[in-house]
Design a protein around this ligand. Structure first.
Ligand code: SF4
Length: 271
């Protein structure tokens, strides 16, 4: 039986992420999930963008494509439509997938493209020096908001759900067991699936915001985590420092490819 090791490129290690970064946990989880699916490597395509989590493709023994900043989803859309038999995964960070590439995320969800987007949210642009992104919490200190960030943060899962995403879930790097289950369910889902993974960035976000070392940041994420059921009884104010983890949306709707080809078939029958 395959294990995560069969999907890894061990000669590329050690990885370049900082000590204590949560992204290595996400990488191992993705490899473990792929091993558990039994998918042939040649039936998987992984597209990544720029940023710390964009480095995932360096360590996976898969057909990978590393594209420009914010443009992983359009490239993955082309792959998914050209070859619907492939299992298409897209790995991005919050700066790449939601800030620079936010428009693509909206339209990918709206079109219900059959792919799985995995977004690591570390609350900042980690790779380029800790600048604020669209998910940086209000009041946070970053390299570009030294007196406190003035903007409200974007909720990635709410955005994807509102745009029409048919599978939306969130996990933290504190809980890789839950993370794996949600990623696997997302990969098996027919249509657009998005899994947001909250990752600790001790080097920038944690240091600027005095959250302590990596272990303390992980513990904090766990303390903040609540279920969708618990969240349903809480006010907006009570939810402001919580992380709602679990499956948030899971519904059926024809994906883009299926719908497009249904129309072609109908037109052929009428011709
Ligand atoms: S900068 Fe932050 S997110 Fe990037 S590798 Fe370092 S700890 Fe991880």
């Amino acid at each position: 039986m395959a294990t995560y090791k069969d999907y890894m490129l061990f000669d590329k290690l050690p990885q370049t992420w900082c000590a204590g970064c949560g992204e290595g946990i996400a990488l191992q989880s993705i490899a473990a999930v792929l091993a558990s699916t039994g998918y042939d490597k040649h039936d998987i395509a992984l597209v990544s963008g720029i940023g710390c989590f964009g480095r995932v493709d360096d360590y996976l023994d898969l057909n990978c494509m590393h594209v420009t900043h914010g443009r992983a989803l359009p490239a993955a859309t082309g792959i998914a439509l050209a070859n619907p038999n492939l299992h298409v995964l897209v790995t991005m960070g919050d700066g790449d997938g939601v800030t620079i590439g936010g428009n693509h995320l909206i339209h990918c969800a709206r079109r219900n493209i059959n792919l799985t987007a995995i977004i690591a949210n570390n609350y900042n642009y980690g790779q380029t020096g800790g600048q604020y992104s669209a998910t940086t919490p209000t009041g946070s200190i970053t390299s570009t908001s030294p007196y406190g960030h003035v903007e409200p943060p974007m909720d990635i899962c709410k955005l994807a759900a509102a745009a029409g995403g048919t599978y939306v879930a969130r996990a933290t790097s504190y809980n890789p067991v839950q993370m794996r289950k949600l990623i696997k369910d997302g990969i098996y889902h027919k249509g657009f699936s998005l899994i947001e993974i909250m990752v600790a960035c001790p080097t920038h976000y944690g240091r600027y915001n005095k959250q302590g070392e990596a272990a303390r940041m992980m513990k904090l994420m766990n303390e903040q985590s609540i279920t969708p059921e618990e969240a349903s009884h809480m006010t907006e104010e009570e939810l402001s420092n919580k992380i709602v983890v679990g499956c948030l949306v899971n519904k059926e709707r024809d994906d883009y490819y299926t719908k497009y080809h249904k129309i072609i078939e109908e037109e052929r029958e009428e011709a």
